[in-house]
Design a protein around this ligand. Structure first.
Ligand code: GRF
Length: 196
């Protein structure tokens, strides 16, 4: 079973997944491996991390496509090139900052996963940490969920809660949440691999 991870930035969640796959021998345990990391940004720092781990990387620059649909079709073709017989890839969004079309989402229904830095359904969308602080929340966190056409609203696979501390900035809260993301994302992927 091949896994493809989509990134746009630093890729810390991607790296946490790669390290868990190595540490817990997903290849032997679940016949699963991360086949490729694909980014829509050539500048994504996660590409350097993936290459350092010996994982194939690709860049698909969304600005070089005429439409969102054209980009998604090209991305689907690249992802599906990593399919193995009887096993379409498991696609993990990890800091992937593109809205995906319903056609793309439906093509990967049930095997497209995302991590969102809030306790969904609260704070779907962007700037989640500042919004939680501004709302006076006493807890915050992250959610791993299956992706559906409605942004940030698919079935929840895992969540983690952290305290919002007095004097927290969006950055200090983000760092506390990110630490938990790196724990819950690999665990959620393992559960999916065990179910397959
Ligand atoms: C994290 O806040 C994550 O929740 C969101 O993107 C941010 C950066 O993730 N999906 P990463 O370091 O690029 O994995």
């Amino acid at each position: 079973k091949n896994i493809v991870i989509l990134i746009s930035g630093g890729g810390s969640n991607m790296l946490a997944i790669l390290k868990a796959a190595q540490r817990d021998n997903w290849a032997a345990q679940y016949q699963a491996q991360v086949a490729a990391v694909i980014s829509n940004k050539a500048s994504a720092g996660g590409l350097v991390l993936a290459r350092a781990q010996g994982v194939a990387t690709e860049v698909l620059d969304h600005t070089s496509f005429a439409s969102r649909e054209a980009f998604d079709a090209a991305l689907m073709a690249r992802i599906d090139s990593y399919a193995t017989p009887g096993h379409p890839p498991l696609v993990l969004l990890a800091g992937f900052m593109r809205i995906l079309t319903p056609g793309f989402v439906n093509h990967y229904a049930g095997r497209l996963v995302n991590i969102h830095p809030s306790l969904l359904p609260a704070f779907a969308g962007l700037n989640t940490h500042q919004r939680a602080i501004d709302a006076g929340c006493q807890v915050a966190g992250a959610t791993v969920h299956l992706v559906t056409p409605e942004l940030d609203h698919g079935p929840i696979l895992a969540q983690a809660v952290v305290p919002v501390l007095p004097g927290d900035s969006a950055d200090t809260l983000a760092a506390r949440v990110l630490t938990q993301e790196h724990l819950i994302y690999p665990r959620a992927v393992v559960k999916l691999l065990q179910d397959k």
